[in-house]
Design a protein around this ligand. Structure first.
Ligand SMILES: NC(=O)c1ccc[n+]([C@@H]2O[C@H](COP(=O)([O-])OP(=O)(O)OC[C@H]3O[C@@H](n4cnc5c(N)ncnc54)[C@H](OP(=O)(O)O)[C@@H]3O)[C@@H](O)[C@H]2O)c1
Length: 335
């Protein structure tokens, strides 16, 4: 049995972690929940009884075997080290350590082997990259990936609870007058999480600009894909778009390989890929992906412009496989 801490337990991902640990019957002897001083003292009902939320700043990490961190990069940088020193293995959901060469970046069921060697921290990839890797990983195994164009359609829960609240508020306010939305004259709503309105809209800019016009979300797709697939030269052309969807990140991707791949062969590979469900007769959408563990794939087609490659669509619950489920799957590899 294992002592487990969920850090960021009151957030969108942390709450999903607690329910997934319960659903999967994770062998826990003691569950500890940590968050900021704002939630310290609140009591959460869990499968292991009522648990009082501790303030991370003062929490004693002694006796914790596995700590699932999901409280933002700064908290990971500040606290993961002391948890590791006290003997815990940290599975970190933030971007703090993902590109550290000493830290494995693991998509469970794609590169599990990487979890076998670590110095106390294992990183969980970004939710968009994770979803795409569930299809790109097995296809790479089959034909050798060398080039990929990926355009994401990312849900607002990827920005945490605040993203959800901003979409719901803007849908309410902007939706009050559909005529204005269709003919112009709508009033710019209050936006705190996103730079432009997300209600009734699509924002071709997810994250913050970091280099040459690309956002950090886009560069995560480039750098994390290369690390997970162990392909430092992989060519990736990313565009990340935020869409007015609550849960479920979708990615439309064009993939080219060392050799030509037919749609039939790609579908055969995807059909037997673990953690992935290939939908042939129905188009998988974010709504279909919400609340389930499998990443959904569909619309597998051969490229038309330059034959030999594959176009496809994947969509997955960003709070589950994109974050909490993968972290719990890594914890399962550890025990
Ligand atoms: N949402 C996704 O799809 C997704 C996917 C992959 C990775 N992630 C990563 O997971 C992390 C959490 O995301 P989220 O969506 O769950 O965010 P969220 O809903 O905003 O939750 C943030 C959590 O962090 C805690 N926290 C904030 N400041 C803290 C502090 N100073 N000390 C201790 N705890 C603190 C919050 O506690 P209080 O309630 O007390 O404020 C809350 O539990 C982020 O690093 C994010 O990048 C998110």
């Amino acid at each position: 049995m294992t002592n487990v801490a969920v850090v960021g337990a009151t957030g969108a991902v942390g709450r999903t972690m607690v329910s997934i640990l319960e659903e999967r019957g994770f062998p826990i002897s003691e569950l500890r929940l940590m968050a900021s001083h704002r939630s310290a003292g609140t009591v959460v009902s869990t499968g292991w009884g009522d648990v009082e939320v501790e303030d991370l700043a003062g929490a004693n990490p002694d006796d914790i075997d596995i700590a699932l961190f999901s409280a933002g990069g700064n908290r990971s940088k500040e606290h993961a080290g002391r948890f590791v020193e006290a003997g815990a293995t940290v599975v970190d959901n933030s971007s703090a350590f993902r590109m550290d060469p000493e830290v494995p970046l693991v998509v469970a069921q794609v590169n599990d082997r990487a979890a076998g060697s670590h110095d106390g921290i294992i990183a969980n990839p970004n939710c968009t990259t994770m979803t795409l890797m569930m299809a790109a990983g097995p296809l790479h195994e089959a034909a050798g990936l060398r080039w990929m164009v990926a355009t994401s359609y990312q849900a607002v829960s990827g920005s945490g609870q605040q993203g959800v609240e901003e979409l719901l508020a803007q849908n309410h306010d902007l939706g009050a007058d559909p005529d204005l939305l269709m003919s112009g004259g709508w009033v710019e709503p209050d936006s705190r999480v996103y730079p432009r309105p997300i209600g009734y809209n699509a924002l071709p800019f997810a994250g913050n600009e970091v280099e040459a016009g690309y956002t950090d979300e886009e560069m995560k797709l480039v750098n994390e894909s290369r690390k997970i697939l162990d392909l430092p030269e992989l060519a990736v052309e990313p565009t990340c778009v935020r869409v007015p969807v609550l849960v479920g990140h979708g990615i439309a991707a064009t993939l080219r390989f060392e050799r030509d791949l037919s749609a039939d062969e790609a579908m055969t590979v995807l059909n037997s890929a673990p953690g992935l469900a290939l939908w042939k007769d129905r188009v998988p959408t974010p709504l279909d992906s919400a609340g389930i563990d499998d990443v959904l794939a569909g619309r597998v087609r051969e490229t038309v412009g330059e034959p030999g490659g594959i176009n496809l669509w994947v969509v997955g619950d960003n709070l589950r496989k994109g974050a909490a489920l993968n972290a719990v799957q890594i914890a399962e590899l550890l025990v």
